[in-house]
Ligand binder design. Structure first.
Ligand SMILES: Cc1cc2nc3c(=O)[nH]c(=O)nc-3n(C[C@H](O)[C@H](O)[C@H](O)COP(=O)(O)OP(=O)(O)OC[C@H]3O[C@@H](n4cnc5c(N)ncnc54)[C@H](O)[C@@H]3O)c2cc1C
Length: 226
């Protein structure tokens, strides 16, 4: 079955590539807590002072004693990412997730993400939007003949936007942000990783001190410059 594509319909599409990353919660006094926990190993909790935290946490990271970073965690809400992106994200087994359900949420007017390569190519963009128009039409047709959302969703695309909340401890954040911010990672998850790293660097600069962002890529800097 094929559906006719009316170019005017493009105007009624909601497509947004506006990623919105919001820090929902972070362990209070995270770096002080990590220092206090970490110093238990050396029974040196009593020697803390106003500038011991940075030195201590950086020492933990340099020596690879990363389990201490698990005492602090942060939660983020991510809106505007595609289902392709969320599928990559939920592979991280040490993190916790809650995601918009396609069983309970009606996707009859879904928003979607257009990759830049398609956005920049008129022919590809037309084909892409035509396909999503047909998909949306098909989804609505299925609902209208009594198919439940949980089954109608089988026709939905990877491009569909999906909201997700993720919680992870700082050790796992370092891991996720490094492998998802690297050059080999896909542009969408890399962009989101960078937004998250920026937020974490503001709140816990020492726990992420060696993770640098350059040319939209995350890498670990071992020179100690960062
Ligand atoms: C560039 C890139 C390309 C990818 N391509 C593909 C692909 O083509 N196909 C595909 O299926 N996946 C792919 N992945 C996903 C990848 O295989 C991992 O599933 C995902 O990145 C989660 O990484 P992880 O297991 O290291 O991390 P997490 O699940 O976040 O775990 C963190 C760390 O905990 C430890 N850990 C967790 N669980 C275990 C366990 N059961 N046993 C031992 N140690 C454990 C490991 O040290 C692990 O690194 C890709 C990932 C990247 C970054």
């Amino acid at each position: 079955m094929s559906f006719s594509f009316d170019i005017k319909c493009v105007l009624c599409y909601i497509y947004s590539s506006m990623i919105d990353v919001k820090l929902l919660s972070i362990t209070a006094n995270a770096e002080k807590l990590i220092e206090e926990c970490g110093r238990t190993a050396y029974l040196s909790v009593g020697v803390r002072n106003s500038d011991s935290t940075a030195r201590f946490i950086r020492m933990l990271i340099k020596s690879g004693h990363l389990s201490v970073l698990e005492h602090a965690s942060a939660s983020f809400r991510i809106k505007g990412g595609s289902r392709a992106f969320t599928h990559q994200l939920v592979r991280h087994r040490m993190a916790s997730f809650t995601q918009q359900s396609q069983r309970y949420v009606n996707e009859n007017n879904f928003s979607f993400v257009i990759p830049q390569s398609i956005e920049n190519n008129n022919e590809a963009k037309k084909l892409f939007i035509s396909h999503l128009e047909n998909t949306k039409y098909l989804y609505n047709q299925l609902l209208s003949i009594g198919i439940k959302k949980e089954d109608a969703r089988f026709v939905l695309p990877n491009a569909i936007e999906s909201e997700i909340v993720i919680t992870a401890n700082f050790r796992e954040w370092r891991h996720i942000l490094f492998i998802r911010g690297e050059k080999q990672a896909q542009w969408e998850i890399r962009k989101i990783a960078i937004d998250i790293l920026k937020a974490l660097k503001l709140k816990a600069p020492n726990c992420f001190y060696d993770m640098k962002i350059e040319d939209s890529i995350i890498s670990i800097d071992k020179t100690g410059k960062y």
